[in-house]
Design a protein around this ligand. Sequence first.
Ligand code: 13P
Ligand code: SF4
Length: 303
Amino acid sequence: MENQMKHRILKLKTEKNAVILAHYYAPSEVQEIADHVGDSFYLAKIAKQSTADIIVFCGVSFMGESAKILNPEKKVLMPDLSADCPMAHMVAPGKVEEMRGKYDDLAVVCYVNSTAELKGMSDVCVTSSNAVEIVRSLPNKNIFFIPDRNLGRYVAEQVPEKNVILNDGCCPIHTAIDVNELKEEKKKHPKALVLSHPECEGDILSLSDYIGSTAEIISYANQSAVSEFIICTEEGVAFKLNSDNPNKQFYFPRTRACCPDMKLNTLEKLYKALETEENEVRVEEGARKVALAPLDKMLELAR
Ligand code: 13P
Ligand code: SF4
């Protein structure tokens, strides 16, 4: 049944000159069928370079929106338009203007996990794989980092020469990872290295051997001579970690971090989206133009 559905999707994809992009948190059967699977930065770059007529983005709305902002002439579809990232909305109205009023040289740095409107209020976008590098490269001393306080705090620690002002947003999935459960895993697997996403709380990050984006976590595990790891991020990364490293062991804190929005990307919905072309991501042209500059600046500044 699953294979039949995959076959139908691939056939339709070829007929329509579509490309399927999937984030590492999408269900494994969707990652299996995608043309490109990656972290937010990689997928944004691929979306920008794509020559397909249709981009089907199996992720959450800020990812589909970014693809549309970068490719206004292309049709961007999502299997489920309601797949959203709660953190993308976590900046209080008026907060950016308030901060701009307080500091003359302020740079508003916006994690891509944000709405098009928030991107449009910012100077530059970043993802978890380039935030440190981009903040370090800015001429501004004062940085208002939105919306994620945890990535913001991690960046502040890595770039102590800047005054990074934090905003009180966070990922409800990563912040639910329990430090006591991590300690239990560490006790059970004393040789394992802890690899964590910077969206986790500080107590998790301080027990981590490596901190990086989803793609960076995977690449670290692939290259490491160590064979056991405890992973503090959403469980979807297990698919790639296990398929790349059949002889390595990956453990997760007992309560698995699972992003329900990412799991809305089912094969059935992917097929329907391609067939009907109904689930189109739309960004109003004025808002798109304003949000394009900070996204383009990220692509220019990140190596
Ligand atoms: P990455 O850019 O590391 O893939 O992270 C995206 C995300 O939503 C993490 O929760
Ligand atoms: Fe958003 Fe967290 Fe889900 Fe990532 S894991 S998409 S940050 S809710």
